[in-house]
Structure formats: structure tokens, C-alpha cells
Design a protein around this ligand. Structure first.
Ligand code: ZN
Length: 287
């Protein structure tokens, strides 16, 4: 009986904090059907998604977005080592895309000078950058590939964030497993945020309060940490990392975020920012 009474209360607060939700990390699988299903999912929350789009799907997606305004924010899913990358970035920008990513599987370290023209171009266009950080999958182990997690280390984002203070950077996966480093560089770089997509919230599900040790500086007054009135957890933004059309991961990810944030005692106000408020403000021009 108790549960029956509590359920509507729980759902009410869940909806309040996820109304206007922004999902910072959704991979387009190239199928128009997926875009339709995604928009239907977002309608429930009056939500938006950062949609990561390969160059070959640019036209299709731009057409769809024009017909379904207000739900999808385009990100150009470019490969930094592609010789055509600068022209691709310009095309994405011209089509109204607001960011680049998920940047991953690079041949060099993320902060290598060879990528400076790319970050310069993104900064000139005012585009955000979404980087994969940490461990990366190997779905076809029989195929040789020139990939290394060492080039995707979360600490490499610190240098990029400092060099491009006006560029908003989102690191995916909280640096898995370098969570401490991710938290510390987010603490000092106001233009750097992280999503908690991937295996991290599954790995840590038996100890959700672990994240309090990463986002530790809420209401700490000290010259050794930047002054801030908001919860340290507000360096986190919601991201589901839906890929291959698997929209069930959107629901599962939302549930995992909720469980962890509630276990850590993160306020409703901070959760509203994590689930969309922060990114809506960034999209509107303020940080
Ligand atoms: Zn990733």
C-alpha cells in the first residue's frame, strides 16, 4: 500500500526534474526511422538531444531537423585525422550544427598541435566539443586497428579547455576509469563538463556514493578551490550514449543517473540542471 501511494509522488518529482531534458550524447545510426523514434521519446520530456551525425548523413539529418524543430541539436561526428575535416566542419556549421563529436579514436593525443586548426575552427564557429574519454570498445577484435586509449586520456582535455576558454567541452564517460582526474580538471575549468554514459554507473552501482568523493567541493570555501555556489555535481550533464538505434539505453541511462544522484543526496535543483538546465543555458548563449 505504501508503495502505491509513493509511486505517483516519485513519478511527479522524476518528471519535474527531467522536464526539458537534454541528452548530450546520442549517436545517429543513419536511419530516418531512428530519428522519428528518438523525437517521439524526447516529446515525452519536452526534451532535446545532441545528435552525433556522420558527414554522410548530414543532408538527411538537416532535412529531418528542419521538419522537426526544437528537438535535435546537431553535432558533426568528424574524424580528426580525416584530411577533409576542416571542410566538413564548415559544412556542419553552415547547416546549423552546434558542436563536433563524439571525437574519438584519434591517431594522436587529443591535445596534439596537429589538431590545433580543428579546434581553432570550432572556436571560430562557436561550436562545442564532445570528446570520448578513457577506455574505448573493441567490437571487432579480429580486425587490426590503430587505436589507443592512451591518446584519449581525460587529462588531455585540460590543455584544450585552457587554450580555448570560450569553447564548451563535454568529456564523455567521466574519463573511465580516471574519474578523479576528470573531477579535478572539471573543478578548475569552467568550460568543461562530463557525462556519465557508458559502463561507469553499472560498475559502481553497488557503491553509488563513490561519486561524492569525485564531486567533493560543494560549499567548500577555500582559496584552493574556485568559488562556486552550486553543487559540484553540476559539472555532470546527462548523456545516454545511445548508439546503433538502441533507444532502450536512453531509459536505462536515465534510471542509472537518477539512482546515483539520489543516493548522493544531490538536490532537485541541481538535478534539474544536470538533466538539462545547464546545457539549455549554454545553448542560449550563457554558461
Ligand atoms: Zn564514447
Amino acid at each position: 500500500m505504501r508503495h502505491v501511494l509513493l509511486l505517483p509522488l516519485f513519478l511527479g518529482s522524476l518528471l519535474a526534474q527531467t522536464h526539458g531534458l537534454v541528452d548530450a550524447h546520442v549517436h545517429h545510426n543513419g536511419e530516418e526511422r531512428f530519428l522519428q523514434d528518438l523525437v517521439a521519446r524526447l516529446d515525452k520530456y519536452d526534451g532535446m538531444a545532441f545528435l552525433l551525425v556522420k558527414p554522410e548523413h548530414l543532408e538527411q539529418t538537416a532535412r529531418f531537423m528542419a521538419a522537426h524543430p526544437g528537438r535535435l541539436i546537431g553535432f558533426g561526428d568528424v574524424a580528426l585525422d580525416d584530411p577533409d575535416v576542416l571542410a566538413q566542419i564548415d559544412r556542419f556549421h553552415k547547416a546549423g550544427f552546434r558542436g563536433l563529436g563524439e571525437i574519438s579514436r584519434t591517431r594522436r593525443d587529443y591535445n596534439d598541435p596537429a589538431y590545433t586548426p580543428i579546434y581553432d575552427r570550432a572556436a571560430r564557429h562557436g561550436m562545442m566539443l564532445l570528446f570520448h574519454t578513457g577506455i574505448v570498445n573493441r567490437t571487432r577484435p579480429e580486425v587490426a586497428e590503430d587505436v589507443s586509449v592512451d591518446r584519449l586520456r581525460v587529462t588531455l582535455l585540460d590543455n584544450i579547455a585552457r587554450r580555448y576558454p570560450k569553447t564548451v567541452i563535454i568529456g564523455a564517460h567521466l574519463g573511465n576509469p580516471d574519474y578523479s582526474w576528470a573531477g579535478e580538471i572539471a573543478r578548475w575549468n569552467p568550460n568543461l563538463y562530463f557525462d556519465l554514459s557508458g559502463s561507469t554507473l553499472i560498475k559502481k552501482q553497488e557503491e553509488p556514493t563513490f561519486f561524492k568523493s569525485i564531486f567533493w567541493w560543494s560549499s567548500v570555501a577555500s582559496p584552493h578551490t574556485p568559488a562556486s555556489k552550486v553543487s559540484a555535481f553540476e559539472k555532470v550533464v546527462f548523456g545516454s550514449d545511445v548508439f546503433g538505434g538502441e533507444l532502450s539505453e536512453f531509459d536505462a541511462s536515465l534510471e542509472r543517473y537518477r539512482k546515483m544522484l539520489n543516493a548522493c543526496g544531490v538536490s532537485a535543483e541541481a538535478q534539474a540542471n544536470i538533466f538539462g538546465g545547464t546545457l539549455r543555458r549554454i545553448l542560449g548563449g550563457a554558461r
